[in-house]
Design a protein around this ligand. Structure first.
Ligand SMILES: O=C(O)C(=O)C[C@]1(C(=O)O)C=C[C@@H](O)C=C1
Length: 359
């Protein structure tokens, strides 16, 4: 006998039953988290454990049989862990504001919506807020895949004692936003200089001759456009919804792989996760062959370097500070030995932190 296909009502009843189970399980998980929180406050342990969070994501994503998409699973777990952490201890995170900037998006991606997110006016003020203990973490941009480093952030690390505890890779999509949403109404475009640079070709082809005006951030651009019907902003989708703007064109960035890397800064170091990166800064002695020698400790131990950057040392003309990222954790013997050997070439060396590699 052929069975009838289930009706929509029957299917919805199944969904309701499954949802009830999900809610029960979320609460079961939350009760265990509260226990973990009590245990931690009794023994002075850190509430936020990025390495453990990373393990959870990796484990769940690798065993997800589908058809539920991995990206959606990750976002859901981001919020589950964010809410869990808030049950253990409320957490404040400062970021380079205003709201709806890409730093804001990176902060939400890393900490979820249950953390208290505090927008601040400048990169130095994010460092200061964390140094003074007013925020537990800070989120600052450090480099963009098309535009290069954010030198302001690198320079801050020279004087600061803060540690890097995580890196966040955010895929940046730019939208052209305006009040009417019509391309023909756009007589002027506002945005942050980096966002303008990332969309230059699109404007040459689609809006040639329209002035592109630099402002402090993509979010400020969106705010200005909300009061000017002849202007458009290059900004995030989030900025568009915050300032009630319409999308003229979506994803107008010239490069498809447009990523910005952000760093999370804190007063305390974090534990090893097993798949980490370490950032250091140093200045080398003025000796022949030193630039070659400074890389040898890593090369001979097979330690992979993911980045090297130099910046002028502001206190002495024609001296440079190097920023270097390597794969591994400072507590690993090979990494520690390489750093000890590098110190012999250096006037000074500072470890900025070891942190889980972003996935
Ligand atoms: O395992 C812990 O240490 C917890 O506090 C639990 C939990 C979680 O929700 O799984 C919450 C916050 C931490 O950052 C890591 C994991």
């Amino acid at each position: 006998m052929q069975q009838d296909a289930p009706t929509i009502e029957q299917l919805r009843t199944s969904i309701d039953t499954i949802d009830n189970r999900i809610v029960e399980l979320l609460n079961e998980r939350a009760r265990v988290v509260v226990e973990v929180g009590k245990l931690k406050s009794g023994s002075n342990m850190e509430f936020h454990v990025p390495g453990r969070e990373r393990q959870i994501y990796e484990r769940l994503l690798s065993r997800n049989p589908g058809p539920f998409p991995n990206d959606a699973l990750r976002s859901i777990y981001r919020e589950i862990i964010s809410a869990s952490l808030a049950l253990e201890s409320p957490m404040k995170v400062a970021f380079l504001g205003p709201k709806a900037t890409f730093s804001h998006l990176a902060t939400m991606q890393q900490f979820g919506l249950s953390a208290e997110l505090v927008p601040l006016k400048s990169i130095p003020s994010v460092f200061e807020e964390v140094e003074k203990g007013k925020a537990l973490y800070g989120m600052v941009p450090v480099e963009n895949s098309t535009e290069g480093v954010v030198s302001h952030t690198l320079d801050m690390f020279v004087e600061s004692s803060l540690k890097i505890t995580a890196e966040v890779l955010l895929e940046v999509h730019h939208d052209l936003l305006s009040r009417s949403g019509r391309l023909e109404d756009v007589k002027k475009v506002y945005s942050h200089p980096q966002a303008i640079a990332q969309c230059r070709q699109w404007f040459d082809e689609n809006l040639p001759g329209v002035p592109l005006v630099d402002v402090a951030s993509t979010a400020v651009a969106a705010q200005m456009v909300s009061e000017d019907s002849t202007a458009a902003a290059i900004a995030s989708e989030l900025a568009g919804s915050l300032y009630d703007l319409k999308v003229v064109r979506t994803r107008i960035e010239d490069q498809v792989n447009n990523f910005t890397r952000f760093l999370v800064i804190a007063r305390k170091e974090i534990e090893r996760s097993g798949n980490d990166k370490t950032s250091i800064l140093f200045s080398v002695k003025d000796e022949p062959g030193i630039l070659c020698r400074m890389l040898e400790p890593f090369a001979k131990r097979g330690i992979n370097l993911s980045k090297i950057e130099s910046r002028p040392y502001k206190k002495k003309a024609w001296e440079y500070i190097f920023f270097l990222d390597l794969f591994g954790h400072v507590s690993e013997p090979e990494v520690a030995a390489a750093l000890d050997e590098l110190k012999e070439c250096c006037q000074f060396l500072k470890v900025l932190g070891s942190y889980p590699r972003s996935i």
